[in-house]
Design a binder for this molecule. Structure first.
Ligand SMILES: C[S@@+](CC[C@H](N)C(=O)[O-])C[C@H]1O[C@@H](n2cnc3c(N)ncnc32)[C@H](O)[C@@H]1O
Length: 297
């Protein structure tokens, strides 16, 4: 399919999904979002956080970056960059002091609320942005099990976690659909489960950059929904009673979002939906979806 045809179909899909406010949604996906990042506090002692954070921000400012505090914990927005340097080319990035991550992608771990005493399962982990956030939120105290089935992505995950100072994690290069079969001892053993599912990435589409639609295919959501249901079901089985599961995607398709959540609620009557939200794109956030579920005791 031609890219122009894809763009037309994509716009029509947004119009169908958001009949009352599609104009605003479309306007907000015309252009790329600003670069956003977190300060990686895993590389220095907790008592130095304020001082180190200020040092890192001052260094970036002295290089010509104009940075604003973001709306989420420890989030920062690059308002302007110097003409000759990208944030990803700075020493702060190369040494792992900052972690570039879009704001919407920071939301699932906020919703999950991992605690230092938790056993946490990150079911679809590479490249590890959220695994690192979990490690950071719990001062490296939570016991994290991170699963990734793609070999190259698995090694990227491992490198990312190690170079950013994460500790107390176990990595499994396995298909997360079969964890309960392979590890029966994992059943109902995790306080927190994150299912940041592979998805059709519609939230990453930038309408003024038609190439961003190259991999978009209107048929993908239906296929992915089957995998997403298997992954969330596996997560539900691995979740402890009273535990919290967060399901997230960076896509607009209902099949991959609300339909997956409704399905798991029918299959697991002991799961209760605490919150479900579509993050609409705006100046800083990309389109995103997340649902928080709790397993009753
Ligand atoms: C949306 S990405 C995860 C992003 C990651 N949570 C982060 O924040 O950096 C989904 C990941 O799930 C992996 N994946 C897809 N199918 C899987 C499966 N059956 N078992 C384990 N991982 C899988 C993909 O290779 C991909 O790395």
């Amino acid at each position: 399919m031609e890219l122009t045809q894809k763009k037309e179909q994509f716009v029509n899909k947004i119009k169908t999904l958001y009949p009352n406010n599609f104009g605003e949604v479309l306007k907000n996906i015309e252009n790329p979002k600003p670069v956003t990042f977190r300060i990686n506090t895993l590389l220095f002692p907790a008592k130095d956080t304020v001082e180190k954070t200020q040092q890192i921000l001052d260094t970036l400012t002295s290089l010509g970056f104009e940075i604003e505090q973001g709306p989420l914990i420890n989030s920062y927005i690059v308002k302007t960059s110097p003409s000759n340097l990208r944030l990803s080319e700075t020493k702060a990035f190369e040494t792992g002091q900052i972690y570039i991550q879009n704001l919407s992608s920071m939301l699932p771990v906020e919703a999950l609320g991992p605690k230092p005493t938790d056993k946490v399962l990150d079911l679809c982990a590479a490249p590890g942005s959220k695994t690192l956030q979990i490690a950071q939120a719990t001062q490296n105290l939570a016991q994290i099990t991170a699963v990734e089935n793609n070999r190259n992505r698995f090694f990227a995950l491992q490198k990312n976690l190690e170079s950013h100072g994460a500790k107390n994690f176990t990595l499994l290069m396995e298909n997360a659909q079969y964890l309960t079969n392979r590890h029966p001892d994992f059943i109902e053993s995790f306080d927190k489960v994150l299912v940041d599912a592979p998805c059709s990435n519609e939230g990453q589409v930038v309408l003024n950059d038609i190439k961003s639609l190259a991999r978009w295919n209107p048929k993908t959501p239906k296929h992915l929904a089957k995998l997403q249901k298997k992954l969330i079901a596996e997560g539900a089985k691995l979740l402890k009673k009273d535990g919290t599961l967060v399901y997230s995607t960076c896509t607009f398709s209902k099949e991959e979002n609300e339909d997956v959540v409704s399905w798991v609620l029918t299959k697991f009557p002991n799961l209760k939906l605490i919150e479900q939200s579509r993050v609409l794109p705006n100046n800083n956030f990309t389109g995103f979806f997340l649902a928080k579920l709790v397993k009753s005791a």
